[in-house]
Write a protein that binds this ligand. Structure first.
Ligand code: RUB
Length: 313
């Protein structure tokens, strides 16, 4: 139980961050927990662990989808259930890894030799696209935003340099200044709603706006487990607001200044040219179909969207 609490703290404190990594980490944590959970109260203990993990960060639906996938374990007795949960966790991790590779292969076709690509925050799916283009011998340069207040852009520039890719770091507010030097934008996703809107790191929607004005294609790299079943029934995605101290020092806070620190924002589908998923490059208008057909939520009632319901078949 201690390990689940520690894992939850790692997600909350952002030691483990990024929608894909959070999802895989939650599946791994549940897998290890399932190995040790008691025979007497297996279901109860698994639900406890799932709840703890779920209540860490509210915005990325990947966390919900990963936990839901594992919690659909089944079996005639506890040992069968245990093995089923372990197997399902492995399946999810495998899905996540395969999807990211596939996204790279599909997305790289949109990047031509000599392109300058802008990216925001630190998305493993977006970087998979850029790195694949580079691996395939295309000359690619990247303009990466700092992504304040948590500086995920620093991770991005390090990872790109490790891959041997040319990169320029800019402040978030310089996006419009540089947008005319850019051939396309590639960002990741925390959640994609049923109507094709993107929820991603704060600042993403401003980049989309600048890109549209400059007629620069705006691409999203997102595994299908980033699509949100709950939004089928009109549920709004909760945007996480983090501690004011991430943004302002104590000397400012003590003046009584109100500080808001939303971690994500919403980009409407009209600003998105294409979503690169592991099942293909799709228009945002297809989000509903991805949720119903690919994730298996067709014909499901709102009250059935709970952790233990039967999805993903
Ligand atoms: C991370 C973020 C990333 C998406 C996609 O936010 O917004 O763009 O999660 O990343 P945070 P990936 O740092 O607050 O978790 O493609 O790796 O899933």
């Amino acid at each position: 139980m201690e390990e689940v609490l520690e894992a939850a703290e790692k997600i909350r404190s952002m030691e483990v961050r990024g929608a894909a990594r959070i999802a895989r980490f939650a599946a791994e944590t549940l897998m290890k927990f399932a190995e040790k959970a008691s025979a007497e109260k297996f279901d109860e203990e698994m639900r406890w662990a799932a709840d703890i993990l779920l209540n860490t960060r509210p915005t990325a639906v990947s966390l919900y989808n990963a936990i839901n996938y594992v919690m659909r374990y089944s079996g005639e007795n506890v040992e069968e259930k245990r093995q089923s949960a372990i197997r399902r966790a492995r399946e999810f991790i495998n899905w996540a890894e395969t999807a990211q590779r596939k996204i790279g292969e599909i997305g790289e076709k949109r990047i031509k030799d000599g392109y300058t690509v802008m990216t925001h925050c630190n998305s493993s799916a977006a970087l998979s696209v850029i790195k694949k283009a580079h691996e395939n011998g295309k000359r690619v340069e990247v303009i990466a935003t700092e992504s304040r207040p948590r500086w995920q852009g620093h991770l991005t520039v390090k990872q790109l340099r490790e891959a041997g890719i040319e990169v320029t770091l800019i402040v978030d507010s310089a996006v419009r200044y540089f947008i005319n030097e850019v051939d396309c934008v590639v960002v990741g996703a925390d959640t994609i709603t049923a109507n094709g809107a993107l929820i991603n790191k704060i600042g993403t929607s401003q980049i989309a706006l600048a890109a549209k004005e400059a007629r620069v294609p705006f691409m999203v790299a997102a595994e299908t487990y980033k699509f949100s079943p709950k939004t089928l029934f009109g549920e709004l995605v909760v945007i996480e607001e983090r501690d004011a101290r991430e943004v302002a020092p104590e000397e400012i806070l003590k003046l009584g200044v109100k500080v808001r620190n939303p971690a994500f924002d919403v980009t409407p589908r009209d600003y998105i040219d294409v979503i690169i998923t592991e099942i293909g490059a799709i228009p945002p208008e297809m989000a509903y179909i991805v949720i119903t057909e690919r994730l298996g939520y067709a014909g499901i009632e709102e009250e059935e969207i709970t952790l233990n319901s039967r999805h993903f078949d």
